[in-house]
Design a protein around this ligand. Structure first.
Ligand SMILES: Cc1ncc(C[n+]2csc(CCOP(=O)(O)OP(=O)(O)O)c2C)c(N)n1
Ligand SMILES: [Mg+2]
Length: 186
């Protein structure tokens, strides 16, 4: 890797950080409604892995989804408009913070039901395998998601069928304030 590449990644991480610091401010002012889950401290996960993908790979994640949206190349102004529920948002203001998506960039969101998107990732990967393409799915989820049935079913099926999906667990040590040591035996 050369210096230009490192700087590009670093800029992407700082851009996410600044974007979210502004979101935090706007949330406290009541300009952003609903929930707001920040990605501060985890930026390197999205930036490192998404920069390693092929153009036709799919990206799907849980509700802590701003960093992934910006890294896939979603327009920053449209993402901010989405946060504020505006019609000019990347999803016409209907999705908000937890449901960002950018279908032309194969970014499927942004899912608030913990673990549910793992089964969608399995389906996306099955479609690619069925169509004989070389595309893969990058699926991100939190440590908390490992306790739900979707996780076990999705990982098992993708293993049995050898589906092209990369499971990326963003273990930030907590699922809603419960330490991973207390919520998981694995
Ligand atoms: C099916 C389901 N059960 C419970 C919840 C409530 N809930 C919201 S966030 C969360 C914890 C998730 O933790 P983790 O997957 O580690 O994500 P993190 O917030 O740490 O990124 C839970 C249980 C939910 N959204 N969906
Ligand atoms: Mg967690």
């Amino acid at each position: 890797m050369d210096k230009t590449t490192y700087l590009h990644w670093y800029r992407q991480m700082v851009r996410i950080r600044r974007f979210e610091q502004k979101c935090s401010e706007l949330y406290q002012l009541g300009k952003i409604g609903g929930f707001l889950h920040l990605y501060i401290g985890q930026e390197a996960v999205a930036v490192g892995s998404i920069n390693a993908r092929q153009e036709n790979d799919h990206i799907i994640t849980a509700y802590r989804d701003h960093g992934h949206a910006l890294t896939v190349g979603a327009d920053l102004n449209q993402v901010m408009a989405e946060m504020m529920g505006k019609a000019t948002g990347v999803n016409k203001g209907k999705g908000g913070s937890m449901h960002l998506a950018d279908v032309k960039r194969r970014y499927w969101g942004g899912h608030a039901v913990v673990g549910a998107h793992l089964s969608l990732a399995t389906g996306l990967a099955l479609a690619e395998q069925y169509n004989g393409t070389d595309a893969a799915v990058l699926c991100y989820f939190g440590d908390g998601a490992t306790n739900i049935g979707y996780f076990h079913e999705s990982l098992n099926l993708s293993g049995v069928w050898q589906l092209p999906v990369l499971w990326i667990c963003e273990n930030n040590q907590y699922g809603m304030g419960t330490s991973v040591k207390r919520h998981s035996s694995a």
